[in-house]
Design a protein around this ligand. Sequence first.
Ligand SMILES: Cc1ncc(COP(=O)(O)O)c(C=O)c1O
Length: 394
Amino acid sequence: MSEKPGGAAGAKPIALRGVDVPPFYAGKLGQRAAEMKRQGREIIPMHFGQPTAGTPPAARAAAERTLKLDPTGYVESRELIERIARHYRDAYGVEVAPERILLTAGASAALVAVFAGLFEPGDRIGIGTPGYPPYRNAVRALGRVAVEIDCGPSVGYHLTAAQVAVVAPALHGLVVASPANPTGAMLGRAELAALGDACRARGIRLISDEIYHGISYGERAVSMLEVDDEAVVVNSFSKLYRMPGWRLGWLVAPPALAARLSPYVVNFFLTPPTIAQYAALAAFGDTAELERSVATYRVNRTLLLEGLAAMGIDRIAPPEGAFYLYADVGHLTNDSLAFCERLLVDTGIATAPGIDFDPEGGRRCIRFSFAVSTEQVRRALELLGPWLAAQRRL
Ligand SMILES: Cc1ncc(COP(=O)(O)O)c(C=O)c1O
């Protein structure tokens, strides 16, 4: 009997191997929102953490100039790396040798390289819950173990050194984010230093995600590098610099770790997009534009906090930075995904369900991104009022 090309006749289907990773539910809602928009519905996009103001004009202009050159090669811009080193000097008073900086395709690629390059299968990596979903999912996909540490209301949304000191069995790594997604909680200098000490005392590799630096409403965010030179820091042009689709970020590591991680970055991703590197250089210089964005977020934050409180949604993590409100709507639902879907379909307001950030506690929470225009925040509040009133009557 002749065999079918590619396998013996009657062979069993190949079993699915690998780690099952959940989707971003906010992304699924985003697809639904896009479909509704195509059908002519008004959509207020508060689901994704992406500034709707678009790329700063100086960055766009630099990209246009670059197109006239030849932007098609693999490039790792030394100029951009040196500019990032200068940023650490200017913003934090910290000296970072350019050799310690690696450019990556967003903070996402930096995190994957770090989880893959600095840990082994089975290693335990601590992450705050609620927290950014890919910490948990990328750690698991790579065969490491995500150890969830409560960062909810019971600890004032702040990961503490005391929590890290008692995790058993001990961790191999810890991810800290300040300002944090989804809560906007920020750790002060003393808290960061205490976390650094707790990690050093237990031999835990500390990773600081500083992607929301530059967006804060009180004190400026302190970089882990100001208090702990051994930490690995990841950052990106996606948030403050409003360039999420350009896929550009960086990581800073002590020299020996940067040497370890560089081949990981190259083997996984080669170089980040060339044109984005030229655009980012220009974005760095456009301070007035970046400050304008933060001023808008500040107004939006107050409007939303006050508006939601007036509607009875007042159990909200106080956002000290980033551009999110993480609201407990447990008096209205215990199924945040269904709640967000209803809200979207009825009003056009797209939000992120809490289960993205915390599979259990997040069932009663939703996240609003206020990186939209102030007009859009006002409109969302206008639509929400009657909708919430109707929900209470159901
Ligand atoms: C806390 C945090 N870290 C990392 C990322 C990844 O960002 P990017 O890969 O666009 O730089 C995000 C994106 O939302 C985030 O919220």
